[in-house]
Design a protein around this ligand. Structure first.
Ligand code: M6R
Length: 614
């Protein structure tokens, strides 16, 4: 969840590290710090709160140097404070460490190290890493060996970066477990280290991604990768296709608003090159299951977290209907602890934007152990999930910086739709005409998304003005749009801190109806689809009890206007694709309410973009 940046080269390291951290602040933002090698020693600057505070400290106390590491923190052990901010330093002031993840056995290690005379200055788990490396260096080990020994002592999951004044020509980075990616950016006479590619995209697109249990020794003119046994590895670099402009705000007030408006492109890019018209079929470049394998699957299990889980629920509708396979959808955090019924006849679909969510990664590995085949629906190229999966559909949404997921969600829905059609066709359940129809529907989708987003924002601003003081919202949807209700509610609570609940509309009468009053807006997702009449009945039940209704409805639906207080219109599309359009007004509603409340839209409190802790 924390952001990591390192630099070694001919440029001023403070600037490169700070710029990189700026790109990563969305990952965690309760404190920030950096360490630079300067005049034969390591100097630290750290501060509580956002990066801006650190920047101010550096203005009054600058450090000039050409090798350095920096960190933005999302607290796990110890409150947000300057002493708990990374980097952490050893007793001698020689070794500094930044870290993302949790050292699970830190208490035992800390007790041992304290008994040996080490002085701790923070409440963090990370500090043990600095003292362990110090201990091995003092015993005569070179830095890499000291890091290797330290890695064999700590348990848990980590991305760790270490720098030492004893060997100021290198930075050592390591990945242990799934928490936190480590990417090395290869420049000309300079090298970069980061937890995520966007931090260093301004400088290079050529990158090496570390896998679990790998170490990189990064020097100005090269990188050597080792495994934990110290054996040299031949790892090839990848070109990351994102362009740095895509990771900037581009004139929008917030990343979230920019990313909402990028959805037409994200949808288009996710489809691009994957549809063939004559004969109609799908070309999913990294889904290399044989026709026999496709026929052999007996069930599908989808695992994901948060917004990606909502996409998975919609995926269930799509796969069950188009490919006629039973689908279970599990929270990854639950799946991994319940001895799930998964075997070689199961297709496990892991949906994840970051590809680094630890619960999802562990679920993938659990399923792999049980011989399931793993399909990853992943946005970040080269992420850990993309490497665990047997087959992949990249969502091509581009970098998503806003903590609240928007364009990644709609791209996930598109990817799952493509896969459902692919599976249905591969299993012989969809004839050519049906596939042609389904492909035509999706080919029209980017235009419909663009059209929806081009509509005037005044209605959202108006709704925000009227309802921003409400304490509760209820979101209702049915069928394939029930998960959209969950997603709309999640968006609102994440960024505006208003309590919101998503509910299947038909379930309202079994309990939540008791909550209805004139203070709680009810957002009803009611496009003209096969359950339209049913949702309209539910809307009437709300109105009959004095409730306020904001409906998401199809263009031209005059009937619903009479039954609702406000209507947000979307274009008509096929039943299977309505969620992609229906979620757009909900994202905008949440955004404008959060802005009206003065909330920090891109970096909501307590959240982080990649959740790399359990
Ligand atoms: O990177 P992932 O898709 O695996 O992330 C899963 C969730 O952490 C994520 O969707 C989270 O719920 C977002 N904050 C939702 O906006």
């Amino acid at each position: 969840m924390c952001g990591i940046v390192g630099y070694i080269g001919g440029r001023e390291a403070t600037t490169v590290v700070l710029e990189g951290l700026q790109h990563l602040e969305y990952r965690g933002y309760d404190s920030a710090g950096l360490a630079i090698f300067h005049n034969g020693r390591i100097e630290l600057r750290r501060s509580v709160g956002k990066l801006e505070n650190l920047r101010r400290i550096l203005e009054s106390e600058p450090i000039i140097g050409y090798i350095g590491i920096g960190h933005t923190r999302w607290a796990t052990h110890g409150k947000p404070s300057e002493s708990n901010a990374h980097p952490h330093i050893d007793c001698l002031g020689e070794t500094v460490v930044i870290h993302n993840g949790i050292v699970e056995n830190y208490l035992r290690l800390k007790n041992q190290l304290q008994a040996e005379g080490h002085i701790f200055r923070s409440e963090t788990d990370t500090e043990v890493i600095a003292h362990l490396v110090e201990k091995h260096c003092r015993a005569g080990d070179p830095l890499v060996e000291a890091v290797r020994k330290m890695l064999s002592q700590v348990s848990g999951a980590h991305a760790i970066v270490v720098m030492s004044a004893r060997e100021p020509d290198k930075i050592v980075a390591a990945r242990l477990g799934h928490a936190g990616g480590v990417v090395i950016g290869l420049g000309e006479g300079e090298m970069f280290i980061a937890s995520d590619a966007p931090a260093i995209l301004d400088h290079t697109r050529r990158m090496i991604f570390l896998d679990n249990r790998e170490i990189a020794v990064v020097q100005q003119d090269g990188v050597v990768c080792l495994n934990l046994e110290g054996e040299r590895l031949l790892k090839s670099s990848q070109i990351v296709p994102w362009d740095p402009i895509a990771a900037a705000k581009g004139g929008y007030k917030h990343f979230m608003l920019k990313e909402i408006h990028e959805q037409s492109t994200a949808v288009m890019d996710t489809i691009r090159g994957r549809l063939e018209c004559q004969p109609p079929r799908l070309y999913l470049e990294d889904v290399l299951f044989s026709p026999q394998e496709l026929r052999n699957f007996e069930k599908v299990t989808i695992v994901a977290c948060g917004t990606a889980w909502h996409a998975g629920l919609i995926g269930k509708f799509l796969i069950e209907e188009l490919a006629r396979l039973p689908v279970e959808v599990d929270y990854a955090s639950e799946f991994r602890y319940r001895d799930p019924l998964v075997d070689e006849r199961t297709l496990l679909v892991a949906v994840t934007q970051s590809g680094e969510t630890v619960d999802t990664l562990v679920s993938m590995e659990e399923a792999k152990k049980k011989e399931a085949k793993i399909l990853g629906v992943v946005n970040v190229v080269g992420s850990q999930a993309s490497r665990i999966a047997d087959a992949l559909i990249y969502t091509r949404a581009g970098p998503e910086i806003g903590v609240a997921s928007t364009k990644a969600f709609t791209a996930q829905l598109v990817a799952l739709y493509l896969f459902a059609v692919y599976l249905g066709q591969g299993r012989g359940l969809l004839n050519e005409d049906r596939v042609r129809e389904l492909l035509q529907d999706i080919a029209e989708l980017p235009v419909l998304v663009g059209e929806t987003l081009a509509r005037p924002a005044e209605i959202y601003e108006h709704l925000a003005n009227v309802y921003f003081k409400c304490h509760n919202f209820l979101y209702l949807g049915r069928g394939i749009n029930y998960p959209v209700a969950l997603e709309g509610a999640l968006k609102l609570k994440e960024i505006s801190y208003i309590h919101a609940e998503g509910y299947p509309a038909g379930e309202m009468k079994h309990g939540p109806i008791a909550l209805i009053d004139e203070l709680m807006p009810v957002v009803a997702i009611a496009p003209r689809d096969r359950v339209y009449e049913k949702v309209v009945n539910n809307i009437q039940q709300v109105k009959a009890r004095g409730g306020i209704v904001i409906s998401v409805a199809s263009d031209g639906d005059e009937e619903i206007r009479e039954k609702s207080d406000h209507v947000l219109l979307i274009p008509r599309t096929s039943y299977h694709l309505t969620p992609v359009l229906a979620v757009l007004p909900l994202q905008l509603l949440a955004y404008y309410i959060a802005v009206r409340k003065g909330c920090d839209v891109d970096q909501p409190r307590n959240l982080a973009k990649s959740v790399t802790v359990e």
